[in-house]
Design a protein around this ligand. Structure first.
Ligand code: ADP
Length: 545
């Protein structure tokens, strides 16, 4: 029997409409490139979105056309999220930190019909203009006074002029909730960037799922600062989740250094923030060096790469709770988040930190499987390792213009490429990326645990572990360290530091101290590049214990 309930489509537009109607005066604060703060609210943003959606018509765009953005977190980027998707087009957020040739590849692959760019990215676009088969219309996200001059791109349009010239109001189309609203490419840590095409439905469901108390715990009393960029998996869905509950939004623009973030947190009363570990390390170090503390920050969601336990402890000491999460571009991104259960309440502090260093348990809506090399299910006992597969309404079913990629070889499931353990309570721990595990004498050594231990050493600022070819064992872990200024440590001292924390055969027996480690555009360690440097003899001499 068919139910008799209304079939109202889940559209992202309905999120902002709701925020405008019931939280109209709730603020959206953006840090502008010159450091000044811009203030608006949901009511005004909704009005401007309607004008922007109308203005898009002038580009002759058709439903489904891709509209690219190259922009930091700010109010205009937020307007594009809603106006483009709501008008039936696809908002394609491009990561400007990728190599220029990757940016050109992505624009071409997506077939962007128009590009909206922050003034600071006009230079990037000039540099790749020759590589683009067809140069889309380019709109600079600024007012007339802020328009840059460009001899290479003479037809630049001004965002505020477009909005001003557009009529008030817009007849938002009744879209199918399964229509695409946004597009984001993976950052290419493991190959060419691949396009993930989100639907209105997947974006709304993901936003609803992350607001709940055991995940992000967002409400109309929250002040939300997404530090994770809006070009990285829709800033983890926060531009949808925050307006859904009427939370104040604080958008940090291009200024992601410790001092700027600290100022925003303190001055705007931020209660909740989210980003990758590298950003937080910089903030924590800046605060320590400048004798600063935090006053209202309640939660920090950390993901994208493993959050070391030492970071969880440092935030706890400042009165903020870390929620570790795991996700991918392909999973919208949130798949699992770490909050304790009732039975964990009375655990000793050290055990609680140990537990919260796991990546977390699945959100309702995300189903997990863990399989061995033969596709057989592996027990969820917290020890056995396997390859993680996921499915759910906000998990990709194929890549844009590449639907048959190997990651979709298990029918109905997406293969994440991560090696994990899952315990009886459902907490997932990422051991490594399949491509990064060190295969030593038939055993698998996960690099993440070794890196986390090294990071707890007082001399260590950053750590990476990669496989190093070994005649006897096949591979052995090589530890690469960036040290704090004026610090020194030997391979023997580090080996002693590992003693008792991991089995003996896992302890790295070779070490390299480097000035810096290579990172991807999303701040992750670029292990493939480190292995390449090792092969090419580009690393400083290897020390052995
Ligand atoms: P890319 O695949 O290009 O790096 P993504 O941002 O989609 O871009 O990366 C997803 C990957 O990041 C996951 O498959 C996983 O390996 C890693 N990752 C994400 N969150 C965590 C985490 N909390 N701990 C460890 N690894 C993580």
């Amino acid at each position: 029997m068919r139910a008799m309930m209304m079939d109202v489509p889940l559209l992202t537009t309905s999120i902002l409409r709701h925020a405008a109607e019931y939280h109209g005066d709730t603020e959206i604060v953006s840090r502008l490139p010159d450091g000044a703060l811009h203030r608006t609210n949901y009511a005004e943003t909704w009005e401007r979105c309607a004008r922007l959606a109308g203005a898009l018509g002038a580009f002759g765009l058709a439903p489904g056309d891709r509209v690219g953005t190259l922009a930091w977190n700010g109010h205009r980027h937020l307007e594009l999220y809603y106006a483009v998707g709501g008008a039936g087009m696809v908002c394609h957020t491009i990561n400007p930190r990728l190599f220029p040739e990757q940016v050109a590849y992505i624009i071409g692959h997506a077939g962007d019909a128009a590009l909206f760019v922050d003034p600071c990215f006009v230079g990037l676009l000039e540099g790749i203009a020759d590589r683009l088969e067809q140069l889309p219309s380019v709109v600079v996200m600024t007012d007339r006074a802020g328009m840059p001059a460009s001899s290479r791109l003479p037809d630049l349009l001004c965002y505020e002029d477009l909005i001003e010239a557009a009529p008030k109001g817009f007849d938002w189309p009744e879209l199918d909730e399964r229509d695409a609203c946004s597009l984001c490419y993976t950052s290419g840590t493991t190959g060419e960037p691949k396009g993930v095409l989100y639907s209105h439905r997947s974006s709304v469901l993901h936003a609803m799922a992350v607001c709940v108390p055991d995940v992000f715990a967002l409400s109309a009393r929250s002040v939300v600062m997404p530090v994770v960029p809006m070009f990285h998996v829709n800033a983890w869905g926060l531009p949808y989740a925050a307006p859904m509950v009427g939370a104040k939004l604080v958008l940090p623009g291009p200024k992601l250094d410790g001092a700027s973030l600290h100022a925003l947190i303190e001055e705007e009363g931020v209660t909740y923030t989210a980003g990758v570990p590298t950003v937080w390390m910089a903030l924590l170090d800046w605060m320590r060096d400048n004798g600063q503390s935090l006053h209202g920050l309640e939660r920090v969601v950390i993901g994208g790469s493993a959050c070391p336990p030492v970071m969880i402890k440092r935030f706890r000491a400042l009165g903020a709770t870390v929620v570790h999460g795991w996700g991918m571009t392909e999973t919208s991104p949130l798949g699992v988040a770490n909050t304790p259960k009732a039975k964990h309440k009375d655990l000793p502090e050290e055990r609680q930190i140990e537990l919260s260093a796991k990546q977390g348990r699945p959100l309702f809506g995300v189903e997990l499987r863990m399989v061995d090399g033969h596709g057989r299910d592996v027990p969820h006992d917290g020890t056995a390792r396997g390859s993680l597969l996921v499915r759910g309404p906000w998990i990709a079913a194929g890549y844009y213009r590449q639907p048959d990629a190997p990651a979709f070889a298990h029918p109905g499931w997406f293969e994440t490429g991560d090696v994990v353990t899952i315990d009886a309570d459902g907490y997932v721990q990422v051991v490594d990326r399949t491509k990064d595990v060190v295969k030593s004498g038939g055993e698998w050594i996960g690099s993440i645990e070794l890196e986390n231990i090294a990071l707890a050493h007082p001399a260590v600022r950053e750590a990476a572990v990669v496989a190093r070819p070994d005649e006897r064992w096949g591979e052995r872990p090589l530890l690469l360290l960036v040290l704090h200024d004026g610090m020194f440590v030997t391979c023997g001292e580090m080996a002693a530091f590992y003693e008792g924390k991991v089995p003996r055969w896992c302890i790295p027996d070779a070490m390299v101290v480097v000035q810096e480690l290579p990172h991807t555009a999303t701040g992750k360690l670029q292990k493939a590049r480190i292995r390449e440097m090792l092969r090419a003899g580009e690393l400083p001499p290897v020390m052995t214990a």
